[in-house]
Design a protein. Structure first.
Length: 361
């Protein structure tokens, strides 16, 4: 049996706290975007964070960099079983939690009954598929999301695919081969952006392939940044890089989205990962970066049940703009606090328990 990775091994490499902080900023951008998406779904040009969905591409790029950093030298030693076990322990507890609260939220939504018209067997099938990250775009009322209970899980599906590709294929390829692979991956990304006029797709049954193309380019780009040693030393720090990252989400929405979004994903996000890995960490912001990094994944995987409630409230109640502002601010803060509670009292204890159980074996 392959030996599991110990906490000592994980702590043997320095940690990129600024990248953790940036991941948290991206998760917050996703939450705010999902709120604003309901209000301006028919006119994104009025949405101040209309490109917030590009945070997912940043996640993919960051994931490629971090996976390569953590496992390029260790995977041959620990073996495939240990690698996949580590990834499941890291990712799946929140997949389960997000599915469960999404299911509960669907059943007790006070503003809209999307469960009406579906048999118990169909609802249980939707839940089971969500628990095991199996796409099932069957709910028309929810835009044929790949995961009706927790829409953001579409990117987790592709994260798992990326991990499989990495373990079986990408880890064996040289950096030159990876650099060459970036070319057709970039062409495919540009084609998706051009044909759809943006890079919003991937979350629904009709845009399934878009998600795979978005994942493949960005994950590959993250691998290339790490293996090529493209880490740029700089003094921008967490605040400076947060501003640069946020700029990608709040840039104006227009007719040339397919070009601007493609350029952001092709070049800008890999550059930010490179800068984030090479930036000098200020002790004054270290705790903030750690906090944002810790809550980023729980926030991403638990917020959408609340977003469905908000969306159904907005459609049925037609609240005033002033009231909406307070709701969104309060809702975002509440989601951050809830994600911290989930991290503190569910995700971390469960992962620690599974890690101890694994080490005993």
């Amino acid at each position: 049996m392959n030996q599991p990775t110990t906490s000592t091994q994980l702590q043997s490499k320095p940690h990129f706290h600024i990248l953790d902080g940036l991941r948290g900023i991206a998760a917050l951008a996703v939450v705010v975007f999902h709120y604003m998406e309901w209000i301006y779904y028919d006119d994104f040009s009025k949405n101040f964070i209309a490109h917030g969905f590009l945070a997912v591409d940043f996640f993919f790029c960051l994931s490629g960099f971090v996976i390569a950093y953590a496992y390029d030298n260790r995977l041959p030693q620990i073996g495939l079983k240990s690698f996949f076990t580590s990834r499941l322990i890291r990712l799946h507890p929140l997949v389960i939690f997000g599915s469960v609260i999404g299911f509960i939220g669907l059943l007790i939504d006070p503003f809209e009954n999307h469960a009406e018209g579906y048999s118990i067997a169909k609802l249980l099938l939707i839940l089971i598929c969500s628990l095991f990250v199996i796409p099932l775009p069957v709910m028309k009322e929810r835009g044929f999301n790949l995961f009706s209970l927790n829409a953001p899980a579409w990117s987790l599906f592709w994260e798992y695919i990326a991990n499989l590709l990495y373990a079986f294929i990408l880890i064996k390829l040289s950096k030159k081969v990876l650099q060459v692979l970036l070319i057709p991956a970039a062409v495919a990304l540009i084609w998706v952006s051009y044909s759809s006029e943006n890079l919003l797709g991937g979350w629904s049954g009709g845009t399934f392939a878009d998600g795979g193309i978005r994942m493949f380019y960005s994950f590959l780009a993250g691998l290339v940044v790490y293996r090529s040693g493209w880490i740029i030393k700089n003094k921008l720090g967490f605040i400076g890089l947060s501003v640069l990252l946020t700029a990608a989400f709040v840039m104006p929405w227009g007719s040339l989205n397919w070009i601007t979004e493609a350029l952001v994903v092709l070049f800008y996000f890999p550059l930010l990962v490179s800068l984030g890995a090479g930036s000098i960490q200020s002790e004054s912001f270290k705790k903030l970066c750690v906090f944002l990094g810790n809550i980023s994944y729980p926030l991403y995987m638990t917020h959408y049940a609340g977003i469905w409630w908000f969306g159904n409230y907005y459609v049925t109640q037609n609240p005033s703009p002033e009231k909406l502002a307070y709701i969104i601010i309060f809702g975002t803060i509440t989601m951050v606090l809830f994600s911290w509670i989930v991290m503190k009292f569910y995700d971390t204890p469960v992962r620690n328990y599974l890690t101890r159980l694994r080490q005993k074996r």
